[in-house]
Write a protein that binds this ligand. Structure first.
Ligand code: PDD
Length: 284
């Protein structure tokens, strides 16, 4: 079955789908995106993704994008045409097509692209043994809360992780605090069993997985706090883990080559992973 992509109002064979060379997403990374998980044919936490999408569009002052109802229809149509039951749907909205000029064009209208694909389930070894992270300086801009398609610093960071044999790179700000991973949020559990996530300031993306987990933590009465934490604190943590749409919740068992605690996934992490997967199964 050929893959189908949606580009600005048209469903096209994936291999032929293309945007204009003067799409501002292509020239300036002037656009936003979302990645939503599909489980059992349903979109996981779709509303939270759409709320974040609207916020990103508002922050970049991109006006006139497709409204939620028709957008939801397109997402479902792309998922259906690609027969994706378990996978991801990707959507991207750029400011539009116009002769290259930094300031907003007067006439352009936003261009929506949607693709969907199957994904393999999370690797059981990564769940059983955990994954490793390295720490690198956070060289990104001051508005990482906006989910823009401008990801080159994240790309360089992830590549550095791969070349170091690590799953992820945790980025570190000027004060020595971990901001987040290149495509995941970072968490630790302290020696006194406090679950810590940096607050959703301008230096991290407020992950939908993070938001869903926080709701579960609050409902479950867990000892949870939002505050920045340092690399030193992370290395001394009892447990560590990461979250994202594509990684769910994975234990982090090594930071910069040093084992986290005894180097095995923490019990609390395993419990939270089970809680999160139950939430996904419920919403799907
Ligand atoms: N990345 N932080 C960054 C920088 C991210 O790019 C992502 C998601 C997250 C986690 O967000 P969420 O829980 O909503 O997936 C945190 C997506 C998956 C990507 O770029 O592919």
């Amino acid at each position: 079955m050929p893959r189908i992509a949606y580009v600005d109002g048209v469903y096209r064979p994936h291999a032929e789908a293309a945007v204009h060379i003067e799409d501002r997403g292509y020239q300036f990374a002037d656009g936003v995106y979302e990645v939503i998980a599909i489980r059992g044919g349903k979109l996981v936490d779709e509303e939270l993704h759409l709320v974040r999408l609207r916020r990103s569009l508002m922050e970049l002052r991109i006006e006139g994008a497709l409204a939620d109802a028709p957008l939801k229809f397109v997402l479902r149509e792309v998922i259906r045409r690609n027969a994706v039951v378990d996978g991801i749907v990707y959507l991207q909205i750029s400011r539009g097509i116009a002769p290259r000029d930094h300031a907003f064009p007067k006439a352009a209208r936003p261009i929506l692209v949607v693709t969907a694909r199957r994904t393999r389930p999370v690797n059981p070894t990564q769940v059983d043994e955990g994954v490793s992270v390295i720490t690198i300086p956070d060289i990104r801009w001051q508005r990482c809360d906006i989910k823009t398609i401008s990801l080159v610093a994240n790309v360089l960071g992830k590549q550095q992780a791969r070349e170091a044999g690590a799953y992820e790179a945790w980025m570190v700000d000027g004060e020595g605090h971990i901001t987040e991973g290149t495509s995941t949020n970072a968490w630790i559990v302290t020696a006194d069993n406090q679950i810590v996530s940096r607050g959703a300031d301008h230096h991290i993306l407020d992950g939908v997985t993070r938001q869903a987990l926080i709701a579960l933590l609050r409902r479950g009465g867990y000892n949870f706090v939002e505050r920045p934490f340092t690399v030193t604190e992370a290395k001394a943590a009892r447990e560590a883990f990461l979250t994202s749409t594509t990684s769910d919740l994975l234990p982090v068992t090594s930071i910069d080559g040093q084992p986290v605690a005894n180097g095995a996934p923490g019990l609390l992490t395993q419990k939270l992973r089970a809680d999160y997967l139950a939430h996904v199964a419920e919403s799907a």
